[in-house]
Design a protein around this ligand. Sequence first.
Ligand SMILES: O=C(O)C(=O)C[C@]1(C(=O)O)C=C[C@@H](O)C=C1
Length: 104
Amino acid sequence: MADNDTDGRGTDRMTDAELDDLREEIRSIDREIVELIAQRTYVAESIAAVKREEGIPTTDEQQEAAVMDRAGENAERFDVDSNLVKAVFRLLIELNKVEQRESR
Ligand SMILES: O=C(O)C(=O)C[C@]1(C(=O)O)C=C[C@@H](O)C=C1
């Protein structure tokens, strides 16, 4: 970052340190997100195994609708854009469906 610390109080260095800390926080959150996605995928693999044994189809539209409803409710609870959160969950469901189909 350019050194434009004109007030002589080290503001720039402070800002850099603050940004580093915040980005470290994001890095740690990103890792947790991927860990949770992996956990969700493992559980879905167990669900897929049960479905296979029982001869139940991979896709359960009612369950998908319940997941999407919950995503919307949780987004509102945490004050984030519910359409964007639902788009993320749509991708998570698709990820599981691809994996479930591949393991059939
Ligand atoms: O709950 C299930 O039956 C799942 O297989 C999990 C899941 C999901 O990712 O939430 C995936 C596919 C189904 O269509 C519905 C939901």
